[in-house]
Design a protein around this ligand. Structure first.
Ligand code: DC
Length: 240
């Protein structure tokens, strides 16, 4: 393996752009840790709902973010999961994918105290290196020094279709229009919040995944990883 490979690779982008699938495959290939930071915001939101804390109560939710222990460990059940997610000795791996969490996670992630607490934990893990880290603000806020930053995008319709298929396969009752609207709203909240909004880092490389399957996207990104190790990325930088 090339010793000059970028030690920290960040993949940011909107909901259902394919970040996690790509990152998981890339991390497996490189022997890196795959860290999906959305899981932390989801686990916190799940706990807020569980404890019936008012979703507008920033102070209580921020306090909870500072104290909660979210554990992400290797998969213990062969049911398609990439990892286990544990909170308070409860396996919440699939619970954090429920529509109720989807509907509220973007709001919870706008709170300053929440972002501060979770960002600190993410940065600490990321700085250990050999990591592919996925989220909304990894390249801009969490690890701006990362040598390779990808911004993975796809149209709203394509992302809604993917999420629809995903939920259908998991046996959930879903409505495409409803998913489309929910996703539009999540995009709005994620990209217009004041703190750490969703946007490409200045030196991120934009990868558009419309009409491409995972293998095609993986090849593009693998090529970028190899180029990053030989510092031939200058022509790819999309924003100065
Ligand atoms: O990637 P995801 O859909 O699992 O993320 C869930 C939510 O978490 C997303 O709507 C916004 C928030 N999030 C964030 O604000 N910052 C991150 N680095 C990751 C996720």
């Amino acid at each position: 393996m090339n010793v000059n490979l970028p030690k920290i690779i960040t993949i940011d982008g909107p909901a259902a752009s394919g970040k996690s699938t790509l990152a998981r495959k890339l991390a497996d290939y490189l022997g890196y840790l795959f860290f999906d930071t959305g899981v932390m915001y989801r686990a916190l939101t799940w706990l807020v709902l569980q404890k019936r804390i008012n979703l507008e109560d920033k102070t209580s939710i921020s306090k909870l973010a500072e104290t909660v222990l979210i554990e992400i460990t290797p998969p213990s059940v062969p049911d398609g999961r990439a990892y286990d997610v544990w909170v308070n000795n409860q396996d919440i791996t699939w619970a954090i994918r429920q529509p109720e969490v989807d509907q509220n996670v973007s709001l919870v992630s706008t709170y300053e105290g929440v972002r501060k607490a979770l960002t600190e934990q993410q940065r600490r893990i990321g700085l250990r290196g050999n990591v592919v880290m996925v989220g909304r603000d990894i390249g801009t806020v969490v690890l701006p020094e990362a040598p390779l930053k990808i911004y993975l995008d796809a149209s709203l319709e394509e992302r809604a279709r993917r999420r629809y298929q995903e939920l259908l396969q998991r046996g959930q009752k879903v409505d495409y229009e409803q998913i489309l609207n929910m996703m539009r709203e999540r995009d709005r909240l994620d990209s217009t919040r004041t703190i750490a909004p969703l946007k490409p880092a200045r030196d991120a490389i934009l990868v558009q995944s419309d009409g491409k399957d995972i293998q095609a996207v993986f090849q593009i990104v693998l090529d970028l990883v190899k180029k990053a190790s030989t510092r031939k990325l200058e022509n790819y930088v999309i924003q100065k």
